[in-house]
Design a protein around this ligand. Structure first.
Ligand code: GLU
Length: 393
């Protein structure tokens, strides 16, 4: 499909051709003051059935939040209220609510003959390549049975450093894991606003985002750029990751009647995020997003140019500063020395050297490195095959 093709035509074709869709729905869509909304979930079940098609032409994976909210309601029903903001309290509330969440999904999907399968994941599960591949096999089997995998973060055992950050991010990793060709993110907002709606009452909805990697997310999201709290920032970050894989994202107002079906029928609703023209490999995607970077390598202009302009690897001579403590094989961020903020970020990659070793050899040429480490050393700090430039981290 050519880039210059009109985006509505691209959207029509992608929606028509999509065979495996990751649908993510947030707590704000699923819940009202009393907790999980039977009504909303019934409406979504009907739409998921339509999405899959009568002949099962499409398959879907659902990423559903709402365990914490359901847990709160369960406690309230027993006459107890609790503070669920702290990490342990959220984990405990999720333990109470996850079963209820699945029970309700099962109830509303049953009339459509859709068997539901619960999959709870921690980030650690996808970090090890063998576990990642095992999970992929399980999803493939479930989908071959026409079951609907319903995924949530395994909140009860996820500690801070194991967390996906939020379900937007988890869903974008699943797009890669299952090889989806469309990502639908159901949110409580009407779509992506062209400017921060808190500051600009006339802010309009963007029907299409042509190149999500060029958006100034800080400006668009009014500075609310922390991942882990949901919000539009994490939705756009997740859409950017999907786009890198060549997968479009549809950000839809999840509470609107029949919104998925209307979008499938070609109505202009929500925001269409176009896929990147040149997709990255699934392996590169996995290596870049399997965990948060454990440190930062600050590089000089020459190295930045070799990486960005010439597709080269990162050599010891170009590294000027090393932040953080990490082992060989860790994922690290590469930043341009002399720049601040997001502009400094060049990408991420897997380092051949631990932080301590790297501090000894940074700035040195190959023969100088050999004099310190001996002949059996890696010429590259990060090989270009293990590097993702413009990473959405
Ligand atoms: N896993 C959490 C829950 O089920 C929600 C996380 C999120 O919404 O991003 O309540």
């Amino acid at each position: 499909m050519s880039r210059t093709e009109e985006w509505r035509e691209e959207r029509r074709r992608c929606l028509e051709r999509a065979r495996l869709v990751v649908v993510k729905v947030g707590s704000a869509v699923l819940t009202d003051a009393d907790g999980l909304s039977d009504n909303v979930m019934s409406g979504l079940a009907r739409q998921l059935a339509t999405l899959r098609g009568v002949d099962g032409a499409r398959k879907a994976v659902l990423v559903s939040s709402g365990a914490v909210a359901a847990g709160r309601r369960a406690l309230a029903r027993h006459g107890r209220t609790c503070e669920t903001q702290g990490l342990a309290a959220r984990q405990a509330a999720a333990a109470l609510g996850q079963g209820q969440l699945m029970r309700l999904w099962d109830k509303v999907l049953r009339p459509y003959g859709i068997p539901v399968a619960q999959v709870l994941l921690t980030r650690d599960d996808l970090r090890a390549r063998t576990r990642f591949l095992n999970a992929r096999n399980t999803f493939a089997e479930l989908l071959s049975w026409d079951a609907l995998p319903i995924v949530n973060e395994n909140d009860t055992v996820s500690v801070q450093e194991l967390k996906f950050g939020d379900n937007d991010c988890l869903a974008s990793l699943l797009v890669n894991l299952v090889g989806a060709d469309l990502y639908i993110n159901l949110t409580s907002a009407p779509g992506v606003f062209a400017s921060n709606p808190d500051a600009d009452a006339d802010a309009e909805i963007l029907s299409c985002i042509d190149d999500v990697s060029r958006l100034d997310l800080g400006r668009l999201c009014g500075g609310k750029t922390s991942v882990g709290t949901g919000g539009m920032y994490s939705k756009l970050l997740a859409a950017r990751r999907a786009s890198q894989l060549g997968v479009p994202t549809l950000i839809l107002p999840g509470r609107q009647e029949d919104v998925i079906c209307r979008a499938l029928a070609g109505e202009d609703v929500g925001t269409w995020v176009r896929p990147a023209e040149h997709a990255i490999s699934r392996r590169k995607f996995w290596l870049a997003y399997q965990s948060d970077p454990a440190g930062t390598l600050w590089v000089d202009e020459g190295a930045a140019e070799a990486l960005s302009g010439k597709g080269g690897s990162l050599l010891p001579g170009g590294v000027r500063r090393v932040d953080g403590t990490f082992q060989k094989g860790a994922l690290v961020r590469i930043a341009r020395l002399g720049c601040d903020g997001p502009q400094s970020s060049l990408g991420v990659g897997l380092t051949n050297y631990a932080a301590g070793e790297l501090r000894k050899i940074m700035g040195l040429r190959r023969h100088e490195v050999a004099a310190i480490l001996g002949d059996a050393h890696y010429p590259e700090v990060i090989h270009r095959d293990n590097l993702l430039l413009d990473a959405a981290v």
